[in-house]
Design a protein around this ligand. Structure first.
Ligand code: SF4
Length: 343
């Protein structure tokens, strides 16, 4: 899709979605820029009306990550988005009008080599599949298979599929079933996962389990809040499974009765100061001098607290002693030296 390879042995890529009013191209563009800085690799925008579709060319200008238009109900919005040059469409062929309307969209997507994501959502499953209101993994898979068949019948195979649910066991089972049945790339996520804390944990469990089983080609952590957090959380999930590397890895101890510095504040500051640094560095922030350097000897650089002071160490070797108030500053200086190659 655009300049991003999806599926097969390609790395799992990170997606997010803007929450600005798409009709406001400037605001949407600004948010996309922030998301790109955080590492977002595919961006989706809602296209609820023609005015939003008309804003797409301006949103796209100079953008070098694929832009995906999210369409519901109206096939004309899909056509207008294709016309605007989006790199991907997220539609459910069954809900954008009759067969002739689906055909018009698919024909145009094919002509432009634009992939389509079929996005099945447990909350909006076709009535005939949700028997008695209950959504089962099998019903979600049936919905996906039905939409896939519609596209395949039109000789269209540039497809990605998602089967999102806010219930983790339900989405896990649905994705497993589908992964055993089709060979299309899968976009995975827990939908409506919640606010930053709860949503990140829920997403990490759902997405993490699937990725560990080898299922999933693109991910979105869906959070109620600033989408930049979605991108950060997605990378933490991918990094913790060794699937992607981005930014600095911070190892920090939980603190205990031995801690004699304000390590919680220090760790927060270090995280904030290093948030924008995209270097494969391991930084340890440890509370105690006795265990710190030893426990974090695999870190490139770190600090270990003492009483009102701390040690700066590199690869477990102590470099110097610093007063507590200068610890963060000295650690950052040390990191600058490593990055600058001034060892
Ligand atoms: Fe406690 Fe030291 Fe371990 Fe931190 S590194 S949890 S202060 S023993």
């Amino acid at each position: 899709m655009g300049n991003v390879t999806i599926g097969g042995d390609a790395p799992v890529t990170v997606q997010s979605m803007t929450n600005t009013d798409t009709r406001n191209a400037l605001e949407t563009r600004n948010q996309i820029n922030k998301l790109v800085q955080a590492g977002c690799e595919i961006i989706r925008v809602a296209v609820p009306d023609l005015e939003a579709a008309r804003a797409l060319p301006q949103i796209k200008k100079g953008l070098d990550i694929p832009l995906v238009a999210d369409i519901h109900f109206d096939y004309r919005l899909a056509l207008a988005s294709l016309e605007a040059g989006v790199e991907g469409l997220r539609i459910n062929p069954g809900n954008i009008g009759g067969a002739d309307k689906v055909a018009a969209v698919v024909k145009e997507a094919k002509r432009r080599n634009t992939p389509i994501r079929i996005g099945v959502n447990a909350g909006s499953l076709e009535k005939d599949l949700a028997t008695g209101g209950a959504v089962t993994p099998e019903a979600m898979v049936q919905s996906a298979v039905r939409h896939i068949a519609m596209l395949e019948k039109m000789d269209f195979y540039d497809i990605k599929v998602s089967l999102k649910a806010s219930d983790v066991p339900l989405m896990l089972e649905a994705y497993r079933l589908l992964a055993g049945r089709v060979d299309y790339p899968l976009h995975i996520g827990v939908t409506e996962a919640g606010t930053l804390f709860r949503g990140s944990i829920k997403s990490a469990v759902g997405i993490g389990i699937l990725l560990w089983e080898g299922i999933g080609d693109t991910v979105r952590v869906s959070l109620t809040g600033d989408p930049v957090h979605e991108v950060r959380a997605a990378y933490e999930i991918l990094k913790s499974l060794g699937l992607r590397q981005r930014g600095v890895e911070i190892i920090s101890c939980p603190t205990c009765g031995r801690t004699q510095i304000d390590l919680i504040t220090i760790a927060g500051e270090v995280e904030e100061r290093l948030a924008a640094l995209d270097k494969p560095l391991k930084v340890a922030v440890m509370g105690c001098v006795v265990n710190g350097p030893g426990e974090a000897k695999h870190a490139d650089v770190g600090i270990a607290g003492g009483k009102g002071e701390g040690l700066i160490f590199r690869k477990g070797k102590v470099i110097r002693k610093v007063k507590e108030e200068f610890l963060v500053e000295e650690l950052i200086k040390e990191i600058d030296q490593i990055i600058g190659g001034r060892n």
